[in-house]
Design a binder for this molecule. Structure first.
Ligand code: UDP
Ligand code: MG
Length: 325
């Protein structure tokens, strides 16, 4: 067991001042664990000099460092996917490069893996240095997702986790373009458990998930795992039909028996028409979102383009294998 290879994957987008410390801390933890290990650094089109730091790390420690340089920025979830495609470990650990996920927790993850669990996700018991707004929206999002999707995605977990080789192979086989990895890992099943940890604040630099991207990510999670938004149109349709049915009866009654003129003026008519127009446009937009996703999948483009890689053996056998599927 102790000779199992452990792969740690860190996606990197403009983290120039975090990479070295990340490497140092991972180095200490992994040497302590004692199994052979590799650190896969996926450079997601960084423009701040991260590439140079990554390359010099590789020259210093080619025994442990593996490098993938993307041809441009493809996004966090895609960078993690590439790392999983290339990593050779019997267990694979996903970790953020900004040191929000303390590398020391990896020891706990590996211990659980040795107990026989196949997915060990790290649950954020506490989060340091995040705005109340991010905390509140994140909390709300994880609860909504849990309630409207069919997959039991654990609440308050990010991508920081350990996966057994069997799980990595299963997730690698899912080539969908809009990727929500924490959901995909829940979807495949296997023996899963959580380990609690305190999420630190970013070491340096700023978040690559501003509000707009957070919304997009949340929406990807919801649409990737549920039809609920599509069903909303049906629910609203029934609701409004029922309401207007009752209103018709009320209007007839008032006209015939109460001898009053119900619903005076044009404003009522106008408001109702605008309201229905709004509901219809929202429904169309939701259909459009799903249609756009279908279009994206149908084009069948590769998920990412690798500019060059270092340290992977045999050199490119894995790539062609993974891109064909
Ligand atoms: N990241 C990436 N590509 C992107 C955005 C982010 O590889 O387009 C990496 C980033 O370098 C970091 C991790 O994904 O290692 C998580 O990003 P970030 O810390 O900005 O997200 P947050 O922790 O604020 O949710
Ligand atoms: Mg972060």
């Amino acid at each position: 067991m102790a000779s199992d290879l452990l792969s740690v994957i860190a996606p990197i987008y403009n983290e120039v001042n975090n990479i070295r410390l990340l490497y140092d801390r991972i180095y200490a933890v992994m040497e302590d664990i004692g199994s052979p290990w590799e650190l896969v650094l996926v450079n997601d089109g960084s423009t701040d000099g991260s590439s140079e730091v990554i390359d010099s790390l590789y020259r210093e420690d080619p025994q442990h460092i593996r490098v993938l340089h993307f041809a441009r920025n493809f996004g966090h979830q895609i960078a993690v996917t590439a790392g999983m495609d290339y990593a050779g470990g019997d267990a694979v650990i996903l970790i953020d490069a900004d040191l929000q996920d303390p590398p020391e927790v990896i020891a706990d993850l590996v211990a659980k893996w040795r107990e026989g669990y196949e997915v060990i996700y790290a649950v954020r018991a506490e989060r340091e240095g995040e705005s109340w707004f991010k905390l509140a929206t994140a909390k709300l999002f994880y609860r909504i997702l849990y309630n409207i999707t069919d997959v039991r995605i654990p609440v308050d977990t990010g991508d920081f986790r350990l996966m057994d080789r069997k799980v990595v192979n299963a997730v690698d086989a899912m080539r969908e373009h809009t990727r929500f990895i924490r959901g995909m890992v829940s979807w495949v099943g296997f023996r899963q458990t959580g380990v609690e940890y305190t999420r630190s604040k970013r070491h340096t630099g700023s978040t690559k998930y501003p509000f707009r991207k957070m919304l997009r990510f949340a929406w990807d999670g919801i649409t990737g795992f549920s039809y609920f938004p599509l069903q909303l149109a049906t629910y609203m349709g029934f609701g409004i039909a029922l309401f207007s049915g009752l209103a018709i009866l009320l209007v007839i009654y008032l006209r015939a028996f109460a001898n009053t003129v119900p619903l005076e003026g044009q404003a009522t008519t106008l408001v109702m028409v605008l309201f229905l127009g709004g509901v219809q446009l929202i429904s169309l937009g939701i259909i459009g979102e799903y249609l756009g996703r279908i279009y994206n999948e149908v084009k069948g483009r590769p998920l990412y383009i690798v500019h060059n890689s270092q340290g992977f053996e045999p050199p490119d056998a894995r790539i062609s294998e993974s891109q064909e599927s």
